[in-house]
Design a protein around this ligand. Sequence first.
Ligand code: GDR
Length: 321
Amino acid sequence: MTKTALITGVTGQDGAYLSKLLLEKGYEVYGLLARRSTDTLWRLRELGIDADVRMIDGDLTDLSSLIRAMQISSASEVYNLGAQSFVGTSWQQPIVTAQIDGVGALNVLEAVRTVNDKAHFYQASTSEMFGLIQAEKQDETTPFYPRSPYGVAKLMAHWATVNYRESFGLHASSGILFNHESPLRGIEFVTRKVTDAVARIKLGKQKELRLGNIDAKRDWGFAGDYVEAMWLMTQQPAGDDYVVATGLTTTVRDMCDIAFGHVGLKAQDHVVIDPRFYRPAEVDVLLGNPAKAMAKLGWKPKTSLEQLITMMVDADMRRLG
Ligand code: GDR
């Protein structure tokens, strides 16, 4: 029998890669589509799957639309990837962020529980939940201390997932994913902001790149690798929580050096520090320990930061060139 999945956030970076993976595995893929006036389907188009994902109009803040989406799709797997996912914006729009990222996840859990409590549920949790907590490497036992309205909202969604597993026996998993990037990353996130600027500077369309805190350290992986971990979680006998990371951390500064170096430029000749891009509270270091995901899911990251960043620069050179 064909398996059926429902993905919220289907037009985002992870939604696009996960759709492709599931389509390749023979799934029928439904996506929850919040109608916007701007073009949101470009990622699915770039992967050549925009005609293959069946869209259902709906919104994470509207429980009735989620119940309808569960009924229309008859989904046996539900991936909640929809979010206001830019940490920086969450200080300007804390309430909307809480409604979409926190209450929105609870709405999806309620829709699953109401329509089909046998469906397997995946929640897109995040290393931003660790925030201020420094550990040698952050894992599933590390305490949480979020540093942004985004992190606070995501923590609610994470605990709601754990709670629905324990209260109602739902097959619910929380993937605590560290930063994951790709050529399909939105331009507001730092890796893509850098690779897009590197391509523009190389092509003579731009002179400088303005950044905030370049001493921040992140554990960056490839989104294409990380969606495999999501799928593996929903295939297990029971739901659980897993850290998904590379186990390596790099400063924004060193990531810039890789990007500029790839086209024969020097980052220090073009990067300008602009306090406008500093955040009211920063997460200084993220470094994850994916040992549990490796042991239990048989997952491992396949793409190095160098491969990832050069892939992104090459894609932006092609787009602009
Ligand atoms: P992050 O990603 O907040 O870690 O969350 P982002 O790429 O936005 O920032 C990473 C680090 O770079 C520093 N930085 C800048 N960031 C941006 N966006 N723009 C700048 O100009 C800039 N200069 C320095 C930031 O301060 C930060 O320290 C991402 C999102 O995808 C979340 O949704 C997800 O949950 C986490 O990753 C895991």
